[in-house]
Design a protein around this ligand. Structure first.
Ligand SMILES: O=C(O)[C@H](O)[C@@H](O)[C@@H](O)[C@H](O)CO
Ligand SMILES: [Mg+2]
Length: 382
């Protein structure tokens, strides 16, 4: 079998889908994208295309190594997202060619269903209680929300009380009937991280995500010493070589690699295995589309230490399209009591509505995250 064509489709809300065609008529889909840099990743995918045309799509490991090592410069958000989407499509092709779901190519399932969680509240954590109430009606009992709005490097007790007050209201309203992670989203600088973590202790969040920015990873062990709250991070790390350092230094209880940013299934399965050796859980990051989610689920179903899966149904970013809008087999993504069953169709298990994708790609937005500024006019982390 040979690769004959790669086609990229940037589509609302902010995703990009990649179709890889072969000379035997089998087609694979991937989702190479960095939110806000879709066109840059698209260019990276097309730069890799001349190398891929004519290659055997079944040699996923060799193609991965050639894409990663062959360009001399390696790693980082753009190149690893391009490789990620191509890798996902190659696994999709291989599974379809052999008539098995990707998790069966990786040794089979370690679990029967996977625990999911949903976002509540938007860029600024508003209406969280109402959001939880609505999702509980469909059996979701695990949530994530932003922990703060803009937070200055050194901020006031008032700002801390505001952040903690919202969390106190959740426990007040729902007690321990629900669980939730709090995403600091990199908005909290090192001087405030310990202050905020300590203040949140009494409310026992399931985890705090990106307690500081990924470039401040050396704080993870120190923050972990200062709190009992499990710390999570990973969406802004792009290869096992970055995760290696974080595992060696300790501090993170949960790794959150993004299957569309960190080199795809091939790389993230290795990251999950490395984490297991350190008794660290994995909870793949996935605020993206259905192919990215399917890739995550195949990792979840073969990783003993996979504990939670993010999915973007109802997320505040999905303006203009919802998680399953481009999926024909929507019923396979049904959640039941906050869990999802394994996708059993060959390959990734996503039947892409290509007509809908092509139509939607005609007016794809160039989504950008907002640029926030503090009251004094300086740039604030979003
Ligand atoms: O945890 C999450 O989902 C992420 O922090 C998410 O909010 C960001 O990755 C966002 O997609 C960036 O544009
Ligand atoms: Mg996050």
């Amino acid at each position: 079998m040979k690769i004959i064509k790669l086609t990229t489709y940037r589509v609302p809300p902010r995703w990009m889908l990649l179709k890889i065609e072969t000379d035997e008529g089998i087609v694979g889909w991937g989702e190479p994208v960095i939110e806000g840099r879709a066109r840059t990743v698209e260019a990276a995918v097309h730069e890799m295309t001349p190398f891929l045309i004519g290659q055997d799509p079944g040699r996923i490991n060799d193609l991965w190594q050639a894409m990663y090592r062959g360009g001399f410069y390696r790693g980082g958000a753009i190149l690893m997202s391009a490789i990620a989407g191509i890798d996902q499509a190659l696994w999709d092709i291989k599974g379809k060619a052999l008539g098995v779901p990707v998790y069966d190519l990786l040794g089979g399932r370690v679990r029967d269903k996977m625990k999911m969680y949903s976002w509540v509240g938007g860029d600024r954590p508003l209406d969280v209680i109402a959001g939880i109430r609505k999702l509980r009606e469909v059996g979701i009992d695990t949530f994530k929300m932003n922990g703060t709005e803009e937070l200055r490097m050194l901020d006031s007790a008032r700002a801390v009380d505001q952040a903690v007050g919202r969390i106190a209201e959740i426990r007040e309203a729902f007690g321990n009937d629900i669980e939730f992670g709090i995403d600091f989203h990199g908005r909290v600088a090192a001087p405030m991280a310990k202050v905020l973590l300590r203040a949140l202790e009494p409310y026992r969040p399931l985890f705090v995500e990106e307690p500081v920015l990924a470039e401040q990873a050396e704080y993870y062990p120190r923050l972990a010493e200062a709190t009992s709250i499990p710390l999570a991070a990973g969406e802004r790390m792009y290869s096992r070589f970055e995760f290696k350092r974080v595992l060696e230094q300790g501090g993170l209880a949960i790794l959150q690699p993004d299957l569309s940013h960190a080199g795809g299934i091939t790389e993230c399965v290795k990251i999950a295995a490395m984490a297991e050796a350190y008794d660290v859980a994995v909870a793949p990051h996935c605020p993206l589309g259905p192919v990215a989610l399917a890739a995550c689920l195949h990792l979840d179903f073969v990783s003993h230490n996979a504990v939670l899966q993010e999915q973007s149904m109802g997320i505040h970013y999905n303006q203009g399209a919802e998680l399953l809008d481009y999926v024909i087999n929507k019923e396979d993504f049904r959640m039941d009591g906050g869990y999802i069953a394994a996708l059993t169709k060959p390959g990734l298990g996503v039947e892409v509505d290509e007509e809908r994708v092509i139509e939607a790609s005609k007016n794809a937005p160039d989504w950008r995250n907002p640029l926030w500024r503090h009251e004094d006019g300086s740039v604030a982390e979003w």
